[in-house]
Structures are given as structure tokens and as C-alpha cells.
Design a protein around this ligand. Structure first.
Ligand SMILES: [Zn+2]
Length: 278
């Protein structure tokens, strides 16, 4: 067999040569047609890039296209949105979301976004990524996408389950609100699946939420200090849940979360985590 060089691998991923489609965890999905090792390029998202300003203009003129792009596109480094023009083609736009994914978005190559394996993937396995949807719009409309991924500790919704707080007396106090139990669910799913996708989403939400955009309108974001305190408390609750329930988990992941959020009773939690990993 000829060596599968990194270059050949990327070229094959750009052609979506080693993937196929059939029914997956949530409708049509993308499947591996060969085995992949962690770090391997699997497939690519081919499409068209639309600028943020153009997308905002669509909000008033073509709501269907606006909704489609907003929901299914991926953000580009230029601040635009890449979306699939041909949804019938086989490619990364078919990848379903999972709370314990085996792949993730990687680098841009020739105008397409590559997907790389984050775990060993056997031929025939469904390829999944974490969509990383924030869900401000879902919170306003009280309409979340149900997650059917089946991963351990599945959070139940694809987007972050933000709630919308109305405050007529002081509108600046109103806006997206993230319940602590949602943070706990997310961190718990990360710990038991040995991933960091939910954590990245939570941190990205904090970073970007100083200016949340809903449709073409900016809304009030989060109070950073209160948010971090909430993350710490929820991280502690998630770690306790993992340890008390004795579920299978990745000890390094658990320790990383404990460190990131400076969780109380660290010594005790660390010791127990180390005990489990031995
Ligand atoms: Zn899930």
C-alpha cells in the first residue's frame, strides 16, 4: 500500500473521497468509508461564503435563506459564513452533532473547511462534531433543537439552553440567562466523554456575549464576574456528580476542569480523581 501522506490525506478530504452518507443519529449523516486516526483529515465543508453584512440584509429580504445560513453555516475567519449550496452532495455539511463527538472543525484549505478526527474512527462509524451553537435566538423563541446523539450525558439540546429574562423596568438587565444546571450538564457531558467541546462553547459564549446578535439586532450580554462564579459552582457540581455516581470518566479531563474553574475542595477532588485513574 502506498503511504498516505498528509498532503494526499488533505486532497482526499477536499474531494470527500473517504466518506459516505446514510441515516445517522439524527437523520442523514456522514459515515467513515475507511479508518481514521486522531488528527487525520476526514472530509471538508464545501460551499459559498457570505459576509455578515450580506447575511443581515437577507434578514429583511429573504428570511428562508437567512434562517438556513444562520443555522447551518460555519463561521469563517473573515467574519463571514460558509454555507453549503449543494445540500445533496456528500460532504461535511451532512455531519450530525454529538455531545461526545469523534471529529472537529480544523483548518481552512482552498476555501473549504476541513474536518479532522479527534478519536480513532473505524470504517462504517458515523462522523460527528459538536456544533457549538450558542442559542440566543432559541432562547428568545423558547424553541430548542432536541439532541438525539445518544452520547453519555447527552445535554438534551443542541444549542446552549439559554433562557430569556424579560425585565421591562430595566431592559439592560434583561436578555440571555444561562441556568447553572445547564452549565453542569455541559461540563458533565465533557468529563464523561473525554472531550472539551461544551467547555469551549461555554467560554466562547462568555467571550462573545458582550454583544449577542439576534437576527440583525444586538442584545445585552452577560455579566462576566457573575458568569465565571456560575461556571465554578457548576463545575464543582459536575465533578461531584461524576465521582458520586461512579460513572466512567477521563481523569485528566476531570482534573483539567477542576483546575480551570479553581473548584473548591480541590485537594479532595484531585485525590479521588487520581484514585479512580490508577
Ligand atoms: Zn447530545
Amino acid at each position: 500500500m502506498k503511504p498516505w501522506t498528509a498532503r494526499k490525506q488533505v486532497a482526499a478530504a477536499l474531494r470527500n473521497e473517504h466518506v459516505g452518507t446514510r441515516q445517522g443519529v439524527a437523520g442523514r449523516g456522514l459515515f467513515a468509508a475507511r479508518a481514521f486516526a486522531p488528527g487525520d483529515a476526514i472530509a471538508s465543508y464545501q460551499g459559498k461564503v457570505i459576509a455578515r453584512a450580506e447575511l443581515a440584509a437577507l434578514h429583511g429580504s429573504d428570511r428562508t435563506l437567512f434562517e438556513y445560513i444562520n443555522e447551518y453555516a460555519v463561521a469563517t475567519p473573515s467574519g463571514g459564513h460558509l454555507y453549503a449550496e449543494d445540500v445533496t452532495a456528500v460532504g461535511a455539511h451532512l455531519i450530525n452533532h454529538s455531545c461526545g463527538p469523534n471529529a472537529s472543525w480544523a483548518e481552512w484549505e482552498q476555501g473549504a473547511l476541513l474536518v479532522r478526527a479527534t478519536r480513532w474512527i473505524l470504517a462504517g462509524t458515523e462522523i460527528t462534531i459538536h456544533y457549538g451553537w450558542v442559542g440566543v435566538k432559541a432562547a428568545m423563541e423558547k424553541s430548542w433543537h432536541t439532541c438525539l446523539c445518544g452520547a453519555t450525558g447527552c445535554t438534551g439540546t443542541i444549542e446552549l439552553r439559554l433562557e430569556w429574562r424579560e425585565d421591562d423596568a430595566n431592559p439592560l438587565q434583561g436578555g440571555p440567562f444561562l441556568p447553572p444546571e445547564e452549565v453542569e450538564r455541559r461540563l458533565y457531558a465533557d468529563i464523561v466523554n473525554g472531550v472539551d467541546d461544551h467547555e469551549r462553547l461555554l467560554l466562547r459564549y462568555a467571550k462573545n456575549s458582550l454583544e449577542c446578535v439576534v437576527g440583525a439586532t444586538s442584545v445585552q450580554g452577560v455579566d462576566m464576574d457573575a458568569y465565571y462564579a456560575k461556571l465554578s459552582a457548576a463545575a464543582e457540581a459536575a465533578i461531584r456528580r461524576v465521582l458520586l455516581q461512579g460513572v466512567k470518566h477521563s481523569a485528566p479531563r476531570l482534573r483539567k476542569i477542576a483546575n480551570t474553574y479553581a473548584v473548591l475542595e480541590m485537594a479532595n477532588i484531585r485525590q479521588r480523581a487520581l484514585g479512580v485513574s490508577q
